[in-house]
Design a protein around this ligand. Structure first.
Ligand code: HEC
Ligand code: HEC
Length: 268
């Protein structure tokens, strides 16, 4: 009789324990995953940095800035810049290709921009770079997080003011090629874009005459066509060195404010 009671107690205890384990298992796994993710990101931050005391540091920060904000590439004779990695635009590229950052980091800028002279080197050991698979994974996870964060924080609806337009200019990553003061970089100087079109471009668009006519008629309309899709609207679909900005990347109100900011640049 006592043995029987003991048996019942034991079985009940086992069942309760199993159920408890079963219910908390998901949460436990999630906690472990979060911890592993944090470790991976922390490792990614070390790879990203140019900390001389860490031999595994790859020095992405030298070009992309200490926190990924982009900026001029030190020592580049042509004064070119590295793009910001904290842009909704990068998050959007990830949406159309989930491997985008992994590809760019592993095999270099050429695979994403098609530019054979891209200053972004290949990093994966399989193509002669310094980073093994785990190190690539860590820095990619870090950068993907930055892009997603930028996309989450970017307001879709913005006011049509010069100030709001300036914020869009930075958030959309325009400054990484045209400079924070619009002084130019890999893209042309835009400091007087509100009063005159830049016609002396590195890649002369095939429809330059149309650009000039459109600008003369209505600069706002020209800028809209150029920013949305410079290649499609003015270069017979051939790349111009400036990527398109479809509505999924720049909402209508963001584009309107951005153009208001650009038209305010008259060099005065
Ligand atoms: C020598 C300067 C330099 C270094 C160092 C460098 N990059 Fe880049 N990176 C660039 C340039 C320039 C581009 C633009 C490439 C292009 O358009 O061809 C770029 C592009 C990228 C892109 C694609 C961004 C986009 O919006 O398309 C990612 C992601 C990136 N770099 C991450 C990294 C990471 C991570 C590291 C470190 C492992 C790194 N970069 C190191 C210069 C650099
Ligand atoms: C990856 C670098 C890059 C980024 C990012 C970029 N641009 Fe450009 N942009 C260029 C280049 C390169 C050209 C010149 C194209 C050519 O040579 O045909 C250009 C040309 C232009 C022009 C034409 C100027 C003229 O008068 O002919 C405007 C306006 C412009 N960009 C605005 C912008 C704005 C606004 C953004 C952000 C939404 C932006 N760009 C983002 C590289 C860039």
């Amino acid at each position: 009789m006592r043995l029987k009671t003991l048996g019942v107690v034991l079985i009940t205890a086992m069942a309760a324990f199993t159920m408890l384990y079963w219910f908390t298992d998901g949460a436990r796994r999630e906690a472990i995953a979060v911890e592993q993710d944090e470790e991976l990101i922390h490792f990614g931050e070390i790879i990203y940095s140019d900390d001389p005391s860490r031999p595994e540091a790859a020095g992405c920060a030298r070009c992309h800035g200490p926190i990924g904000e982009g900026g001029p590439i030190p020592g580049d004779p042509e004064g070119r810049s590295a793009p910001s990695l904290r842009t909704p635009a990068l998050a959007n590229k990830l949406r159309s290709n989930p491997n985008y950052v992994h590809l760019a980091v592993s095999y270099g800028g050429v695979v994403v921009s098609g530019n054979v002279n891209s200053l972004m080197p290949a990093w994966a050991t399989e193509v002669g770079g310094p980073l093994n698979e785990q190190q690539v994974e860590a820095v990619v996870t870090l950068v993907e997080g930055w892009a997603e964060e930028a996309a989450e924080n970017a307001p879709e609806e913005v006011e049509d003011t010069v100030e709001a337009g300036q914020q869009v200019y930075v958030a959309a990553g325009c400054q990484s090629c045209h400079g924070t003061e619009l002084e130019g970089g890999s893209g042309p100087n835009l400091q007087t874009i509100g009063s005159e079109l830049v016609v002396d471009l590195p890649i002369e668009p095939s429809q330059l005459d149309q650009m000039i006519a459109d600008y003369d008629e209505d600069p706002r309309n020209f800028l809209e066509l150029w920013i949305r899709d410079s290649a499609g609207n003015y270069n017979d679909g051939v790349a111009t060195g400036m990527q398109p900005y479809p509505e999924s990347v720049l909402s209508e109100s963001q584009l309107t404010a951005l153009i208001t900011f650009l038209l305010d640049q008259t060099g005065e």
